[in-house]
Design a protein around this ligand. Sequence first.
Ligand SMILES: [Fe+2]
Length: 297
Amino acid sequence: MSSEARRVEHQMTDKGYVPVYTTAVVEQPWASYSPTDHAVWGQLFRRQREILQGRACPEFLTAMDAMGMSDAQIPKFEELNVHLQQATGWKLIAVEGLLPELTFFEHLAAREFPVTWWIRRPDQIDYISEPDLFHDLFGHVPLLMNPVFADYMQAYGAGGVRASTFGPEPLANLTRLYWYTVEFGLIDTPEGLRIYGAGILSSKGESIHCLESAAPNRIGFDVQRVMQTRYRIDTYQKTYFVIDGFDQLFKATVDPDFGPIYYRMKGAESIPAGSVLDTDRVFNRGSGEGWLADGDV
Ligand SMILES: [Fe+2]
């Protein structure tokens, strides 16, 4: 990590509280990656690709190949950007780590996706407390090749910029929406449920757990329901929300607009992470096995 990076605050993420940096955009220092860095990428890439066959949504796997990501070496952002620009106009920018919330929203609204440039060490293969290059690049970037998902990400960023003027409650709701879609979302397909959330796609254990375990709830996506639902940061999710297609996500962010949703939800009670409501469309009612009784955010 470069010496200019300065930690300014901690932010809640899918990996717990992690540092946020003052540094904005840097060049991906590709020449400085060691053979070990490339080997870590290759090992993680091969392992996840194997697990994700028949588990990830087909759009994800196809896009990954189309943009030339492979296990051979850590991809160069500038080469991926050629494909992204052509497909959806998105662009990767290299960062030291998590950005302050508003800066992050502004990048998304401008179709720029911040990717942490450094990769975990070999002894962190199975667990790292903050998002690294593998999570950001492998997990998040391929679906930016999909035009509808790409539009959703931009609309989410634009919604975030607007919400940041409304106070903390709308921001908490937006964070939950990101959590249950971009990080931990499932999608219904003719072949069965598939993964599209990056937090799952970059996790060996949760890739299997989210689809095959009887423990979690799998519930049909509803934007207001999701925005009210708390979540866990320290274990697998108690509930996964299932979309019918990426257009359902995009529509949720623009029609109706985020603004009216906030007013309807003002003061509404949050819903515990493991609850199932009478109004839910239930794909699987979780057995609850292994759930911790406290700690939903
Ligand atoms: Fe992420």
